[in-house]
Design a binder for this molecule. Sequence first.
Ligand SMILES: NC(=O)c1ccc[n+]([C@@H]2O[C@H](COP(=O)([O-])OP(=O)(O)OC[C@H]3O[C@@H](n4cnc5c(N)ncnc54)[C@H](OP(=O)(O)O)[C@@H]3O)[C@@H](O)[C@H]2O)c1
Length: 274
Amino acid sequence: MHTLTLNNGCTIPAIGFGTYKAGLDSIMNALSEGYRYFDTASYYGNERDISIAFERTGIKRGEVFISAKIWCSDMGYESTLRAFSESLEKLRTDYADVLMIHWPRPNLELKEWKELDIETWRAMEKLYTEGKVHALGLSNFLPYHAENILSRCEVMPSVAQFEFHVGHMQFPALEYYRRKGILVQAWSPIGRGRVLNDELVVELAEKYRVTPAQICLRFCVQEGVMPLPKASSRERMRENLGCFEFAIDEEDMMRLENVPPLGWGGLHPDRAGS
Ligand SMILES: NC(=O)c1ccc[n+]([C@@H]2O[C@H](COP(=O)([O-])OP(=O)(O)OC[C@H]3O[C@@H](n4cnc5c(N)ncnc54)[C@H](OP(=O)(O)O)[C@@H]3O)[C@@H](O)[C@H]2O)c1
């Protein structure tokens, strides 16, 4: 299994399975295909399915990695502790490998979001110190959101998750987290499919005799970013793991980095609609 080492010394798989809209069968299939890291969130409503999948496939807890997220309505010190405890209960486990704040601002009207983020982070630091979480993370935090945490935290974030794919790399955030030694995880690493028809992606898929999805995922891997693809069929799950079986040369990486904007998921922490 390909792995990555976080800034606190924890080792995690180098690819994760995205579980948004993934049901029990998908999660069981992903386990069978070899995925060992599952990106979950209370918001996805499938934490119970994930624990059932682990039970049915007989996989031991120590062999899999789970990231959990604190949803907007659960932010704050006490409510974070309560929400996390509920997530653990649904996941039928006594720890999470990674715990993240899902969004930096629960809504655009809240002016005191910085204080709310810090209160939430303090609760996560307590969980970390107690060993109930092995690493902490930020999801959808732009650098200025993250700076609020980094300038006041006792436990550094180890992971930052945001939308990242060919044609939408969010360079300022990527560079910021790289400088800070924080692992970037890509949500929508194949842009929910929208990137697969890009002419350069298609050209390189032919050149390297792989699929467009594999080009997108390999691009993440070579950028030092951990992709979190979601797929419904076992064939696609297997295909996506194939991103570790070839390499894109430097010139083609530079070309991929400069693909013109291909759009984004429509979710942004500072814009209405997220
Ligand atoms: N932190 C956040 O706020 C946030 C936000 C969004 C997502 N996420 C995480 O990121 C994960 C992935 O993001 P995502 O689901 O938005 O986007 P994605 O993984 O980029 O795209 C998933 C879509 O691509 C298709 N697909 C997968 N593999 C394929 C292949 N080999 N060939 C062709 N099509 C393929 C899937 O179709 P089928 O399902 O039909 O196979 C699905 O429609 C989520 O599940 C979630 O865990 C986090």
